[in-house]
Ligand binder design. Structure first.
Ligand SMILES: *Cc1c(COP(=O)(O)O)cnc(C)c1O
Length: 422
């Protein structure tokens, strides 16, 4: 594989940006390489600056559920651009998208459009604190909720990849209010509530964790969280930035049948543009300015071009319910091949991770015990055979509707040949 041009670009980028990247998860450090630079993408394929083509299973870390450059979405963005890039004022697309979101997430009785998942989560937590008048929050080890200060403790994603248990630059006092519990461990949550019950504003959870690799909620875990938060009048927040519109049109809450008080959405909801959303119970959202005194704002929030991409994407998902069945089938084929190759795989719908450990992975400790060196070998084998996956053990493989049956077959064959490699 020739990576000459990527190397030239990287040498330039690394002088200008930390690690040469604009988000740590894009670095290839954990897999012993420097990043490849992408030139273009279409359908299930991406092409790098040296002309190498790959079948893409990163899919921009989730947004591209329809694959790259779906014509209707691109067309909608072009049309919106013609009318102006940003107004900083109300426009027709905002209530239209909000209504579309709410139709599939009825628990979001009111919502706000923001620019990133980080912002959505930060705002949902602030609203929960404003509503309850309490300061403490519970988060789970290995769950990632964006990079706001209070959430950078035992967070997943790039922090796990780079072994950063708690982020530098975050004052101790900023995380004093963040209580940590174990994923799939109800007793750890119970003891926090017993100790701090009346002080806990909210519990935030990835209803299916996908930022320590994919870790499924055990049967009853989400129901337990629903119960205990109700008992203590705490707000239950489902961070559905990845799972929203992916596990089903109605996200994980529909998939698992457990309804939170607040929901955060990102990734798919923006259709590949910077857009996210948070919302929930009317009485909580009514605390947000200008109705209430919880402040949250944004110059580019509800930006018409991003709204157009999100709306076009959700409309396609809504009009083609067969997409979810197709995603399930494609993903099940990949899972079967990983198992054939002797890999330990967790899968939830179109999210899957092959873990390099013999034990079942059910939480943060299980995930960190994996052999990341082995994962690096796997990553490099796939890459050199034209398959682009996350350069980290602690991320999901994302399957899109654009993944053709032929490309899935090709991927399966390469995965199965991993064990026999030279
Ligand atoms: C990606 C992600 C975020 C952060 O979203 P950004 O748009 O990257 O800020 C938050 N929560 C979860 C579950 C995510 O996967």
């Amino acid at each position: 594989m020739n990576t000459e041009r990527s190397q030239v670009l990287y040498n330039e980028a690394v002088k200008l940006m930390p690690g040469g990247v604009n988000s740590p998860v894009r670095a290839f450090k954990a897999v012993g390489r420097t990043p490849i630079f992408i030139e273009s993408a279409k359908g299930d394929r991406i092409t790098d600056a040296d002309g190498n083509e790959f079948i893409d299973y990163v899919c921009s870390w989730g947004p591209n559920i329809l694959g790259h450059g779906r014509p209707e979405v691109v067309e909608a963005v072009k049309k919106a651009c013609e009318k102006g890039l940003t107004f900083g004022a109300c426009h027709e697309g905002e209530p239209a998208l909000a209504k579309l979101i709410q139709k599939h997430f009825p628990s979001m009785e009111m919502l706000r459009l923001v620019n990133s998942g980080t912002e959505a989560v930060m705002s949902a937590i602030r609203a929960s604190r404003g509503f309850t008048g309490r300061d403490k929050i519970i988060k789970f080890e290995g769950c990632y909720h964006g990079h706001s200060d209070g959430l950078l403790v035992k967070a997943g994603s790039g922090l796990m990849t780079n072994s950063i248990p708690s982020g530098a630059g975050v004052p101790q006092s900023f995380t004093d209010c963040t209580l940590l519990a174990g994923y799939n461990d109800p007793s750890s949550v119970e003891s926090l509530f017993e100790k701090y019950g009346g002080e806990i504003a909210c519990v935030i959870v990835e209803p299916c964790a996908a930022n320590m690799g994919v870790v499924l909620p055990k049967k009853g875990f989400l129901e337990f969280l629903r119960e205990i938060t109700s008992k203590y009048n705490s707000v239950l927040i489902f961070d559905e930035v990845i799972t929203g519109f992916r596990l089903s049109l109605g996200g994980a809450q529909k998939y698992y049948g457990v309804i939170p008080d607040m929901t955060t959405l990102g990734k798919i909801v923006g259709g590949g543009m910077p857009l996210a959303a948070y919302g929930g119970k009317r009485e909580i959202m009514e605390c947000v300015a200008p109705l209430g005194s919880v402040y949250q704002a944004g110059t580019l929030s509800g930006n018409p071009t991003a709204v157009a991409a999100g709306k076009a994407t959700l409309e396609i998902l809504e009009q083609n319910p067969g997409i979810y069945l197709a995603l399930e089938e494609k993903s099940a084929r990949l899972e079967a091949s990983m198992k054939k190759a002797g890999l330990n795989v967790n899968r939830c719908g179109s999210l899957l991770t092959a873990f390099f450990t013999d034990k079942p992975v059910e939480n943060y400790d299980g995930a960190v015990s994996c052999n990341v060196k082995k994962y690096g070998e796997y990553f490099n084998y796939l890459l050199e055979n034209g398959i682009y996956t996350a350069p980290s053990q602690f991320e999901a493989m994302f399957v899109s509707f654009a993944h053709s049956d032929e490309d899935i077959s090709k991927t399966c064959q390469i995965i199965e040949s991993f064990a026999d490699r030279k």
